[in-house]
Design a protein around this ligand. Structure first.
Ligand SMILES: Nc1ncnc2c1ncn2[C@@H]1O[C@H](COP(=O)(O)OP(=O)(O)OP(=O)(O)O)[C@@H](O)[C@H]1O
Ligand SMILES: [Mg+2]
Length: 314
């Protein structure tokens, strides 16, 4: 998926609030922006479908609300943070990118994102922060020097928040390394006064809350696997309202929800991959809507040959 800066972010509508289908406007099933896109040629529509849309579902809203509180609380009150946990493909990185995109708009203060994969010591974490800010970092630079450089650069650039993705990595070091990483994270919040947004696998909670002080300052949010319920229906309807297909997809059928949850084990990456693939196929075949059959067939992505052969229509 491309970064959310190039994507639209949409919130699901309440069920039943969709405009009734009217013969005067055959594209009533779509949100306003998607209606214009639905008139584009096939190739352009396929590109849009594959680019994806970030849907602000309810778990995302809760996490975004807390982020907003963190970023708008005056820093003299001391910095706090949050931990957003979820399985692989549940939308953690998407959330971090979304936060960056939202707050880049209204402020020239940066949101810094680092990927902590494989970083088991604070030295490495500091190295990644410096790298991401094009700051001074040499292999021989010791931890205290890196720490000072990080604090200086975070202050100098008035960094608004630090997002640490794949935070579970820091729990993979020795107990001594772990202790130091936790102390280092607290230090960053205390001294640099930068809110800390941690994104990680569910096991990250266990390692971060071993520290009582850190646990008090990191509010925990979860991106749970999806299941067959109204939240998932709302999410799916919001996705469908964004897909530039020319006919309404009749997916209120519970079998559709059941199929998607079963085929994906509730993982968002897989759900989106199946829906996207079915939507691309619907453009190529001229069906122009997503159906249960289409979703079942889309468990495998359309072959390159089919895609290339079918994109020349209007
Ligand atoms: N809010 C959203 N709306 C629509 N699609 C989403 C949303 N969040 C995530 N996705 C879809 O799920 C995919 C996986 O999301 P993402 O990479 O953010 O997951 P992750 O939790 O960071 O996974 P990993 O742990 O493997 O890094 C995205 O590429 C996108 O297709
Ligand atoms: Mg990720």
């Amino acid at each position: 998926m491309t970064t959310p800066t190039t994507q639209q972010v949409v919130a699901p509508k309440k069920r039943g609030s969709e405009a009734p289908a009217s013969p005067s406007n055959a594209l009533d099933h779509l949100d306003e922006a998607a209606r214009t896109c639905a008139l584009l040629p096939n190739l352009a529509r396929i590109e849009l479908i594959r680019k994806g849309t970030v849907i602000e579902h309810s778990a995302l809203t809760r996490a975004l609300d807390h982020t907003d509180w963190l970023l708008t609380t005056p820093e003299e009150h001391g910095s706090h943070g949050m931990l957003l946990m979820g399985d692989s493909g549940s939308g953690k990185t998407t959330f971090g990118e979304l936060v960056q995109a939202i707050y880049a708009k209204d402020d020239d203060r940066r949101i810094v994102i680092i990927d902590a994969s494989g970083a088991r010591t604070m030295r490495e974490v500091y190295g990644r922060v410096l790298q991401s800010l094009d700051g001074p970092v040499s292999r021989t630079m010791h931890t205290p020097d890196r720490e000072m450089a990080v604090i200086r650069i975070l202050r100098l650039l008035k960094v608004r928040a630090l997002v640490v993705d794949e935070i579970q990595s820091v729990a993979e070091g020795t107990p001594r390394d772990q202790r130091r990483v936790l102390d280092g994270l607290k230090y960053l919040m205390n001294v640099a006064k930068v809110p800390l947004i941690c994104l990680g696998a569910p096991e990250s909670e266990r390692s971060l809350v071993t520290d009582r002080h850190l646990a008090q300052r990191l509010k925990v949010f979860r991106l749970e696997p999806w299941k067959v319920d109204n939240d998932f229906l709302d999410f799916l309807l919001a996705v469908l309202a964004q897909l530039p297909l020319r006919k309404p997809s009749l997916l209120r059928d519970e079998r559709v929800l059941e199929f998607l949850i079963k085929a994906s084990s509730g993982g968002l990456r897989r759900i989106m991959s199946i829906v996207t693939s079915a939507a691309v196929q619907a453009v190529l075949s001229g069906e122009e809507r997503v159906t249960l059959r289409g979703l079942m067939d889309a468990v495998d992505v359309p072959s390159r040959q089919v895609r290339e052969g079918g994109v020349h229509g209007g």
